[in-house]
Design a protein around this ligand. Structure first.
Ligand SMILES: *Cc1c(COP(=O)(O)O)cnc(C)c1O
Length: 402
């Protein structure tokens, strides 16, 4: 058997996005496998003590231990980096590990963080409850109000954190405008791009410094495993993020990295379907008498539609609706659906729904929920890959019971 390792396919990074999704980062072993190899191993061995010495001396001299690096995980990081045209990428065990690591690599005691108040629940907990224990102060601002961002950044900040579109109400943040304000204040801009995905929106191109993902969502896209990713410039990754990850250990399992590599292969195809179906469903629900309102960035009625057009390719696969009749109406609709599962996950092949007021945002007090636009009748829908006509028919029959 020929045991010469094949060279990495470097030219792929200059090709179009769907090619990069399928082939980016692939490094074949001497066995010349078709599918990316799964290196499910915690450590690596050396032929002699001198080789071990060399491996520990130079970080790029071969694999050492999976907390430091692993060939399957590295293929995923390379594919993500090429997909987003980012200088560097690192992965983590979950999306929250990615958010936390990006923050911890950016702040020290005495610093200030300015964050959107429309944050995923655990991100909100990290910036308002955990960071203050270490002397990091957080100011929250309304996502769409540039005056509030400007005011909060007036006295400088170490970093800015926001989601756009936000979970669950699909509020947008003007990435370029906030990045300009943040940079003038000396702050690093961290964008949680989970709802948009790298297919629909590229925050690094709009001025962000760091992009974080819960790969659990659309990147896996089939509800199988957790994962996270951080994409940023090489200096931040090598000097600040990588040492934090290597020494604190929120390492992505090589098995999950392999699942996520396979997920990326179909991400472009899936987002096309998610976005097309979500657009049709949003339009249908917007016209329905039993739906009080629909929030979808691809719909002309979205209050920030012009911004959506500027910074997003399409509207994505997520929408928020308010069912008439408050909580009772929302529950009747949710319970009447046959093709939407009630689940806190999102970005799945299966259509999923959540009632934020009683689940993901049950711990947020009523006044803050109101401020976030979360009504008792609000539902978050993650549109899946089922046939859109079947989904529409299912929604029609469920609405008849409201
Ligand atoms: C799910 C999610 C996270 C956290 O990701 P996990 O993989 O569950 O840790 C962070 N931000 C947003 C917007 C999310 O939807």
């Amino acid at each position: 058997m020929d045991t010469t390792p094949l060279p990495p396919i470097t030219a792929i990074r200059d090709m179009r996005i769907d090619t990069r999704l399928v082939r980016g980062g692939t490094r074949r072993s001497p066995n010349r496998e078709t599918c990316e190899a799964l290196y499910l191993t915690s450590g690596f061995v050396y032929p002699d003590a001198e080789s071990a010495e060399a491996a520990f001396a130079g970080p790029e001299e071969g694999w050492i231990y999976t907390r430091f690096g692993n060939p399957t995980v590295a293929m995923l990081e390379d594919r993500l980096r090429q997909l987003e045209e980012a200088p560097a990428a690192r992965t983590t065990a979950t999306g929250m590990a990615a958010v936390f690591a990006a923050l911890m690599a950016s702040v020290k005691s005495g610093d200030r963080v300015v964050a959107s108040r429309a944050l995923f629940g655990s991100c909100h907990y990290v910036v308002t409850r955990i960071l203050p224990r270490f002397g990091v102060e957080t100011r929250l601002v309304d996502p769409g109000d540039l005056d509030q961002w400007r005011d909060a950044l007036r006295h400088g900040a170490a970093c800015v954190l926001f989601e756009t579109p936000s979970n669950p109400m699909l509020d947008l943040v003007d990435v370029r405008a906030v990045a300009d304000l943040a940079h003038a204040a000396g702050a690093r801009v961290i964008v949680d791009n989970v709802f948009a995905t790298p297919i629909e929106q590229r925050p690094l191109k709009l001025g962000a410094d760091v992009v974080v993902y819960s790969a659990t969502k659309h990147i896996d896209g089939q509800g199988r495993c957790l994962g996270g990713a951080v994409l940023a410039d090489e200096r931040f990754v090598i000097d600040a993020l990588q040492p934090f990850l290597r020494h604190t250990g929120p390492t992505l399992s090589p098995f999950n990295a392999w699942v996520l590599l396979k997920g990326l292969e179909t991400l472009g195809l899936r987002m096309e379907r998610h976005a097309r179906s979500a657009g049709r469903i949003a339009a249908f629900l917007a016209d329905h008498p039993k739906i009080a309102s629909v929030r979808y960035p691809g719909l002309d009625s979205h209050p920030q539609r012009a911004l959506a057009r500027r910074q997003m390719r399409r509207g994505g696969g997520m929408l928020a609706i308010e069912v008439a009749g408050g909580k009772r109406g929302a529950f009747r609709f949710a319970n009447g659906l046959r093709l939407a599962d009630i689940s806190p996950n999102l970005g799945d092949a299966k259509t999923l729904l959540a009632h934020p007021a009683t689940t993901t945002h049950a711990n947020v007090d009523a006044a803050e929920r109101k401020r976030l636009g979360i009504a008792d009748g609000s539902l978050r829908l993650s549109i899946g890959l089922e046939d859109a006509d079947d989904l529409l028919a299912d929604m029609e029959q469920a609405l008849a019971r409201v």
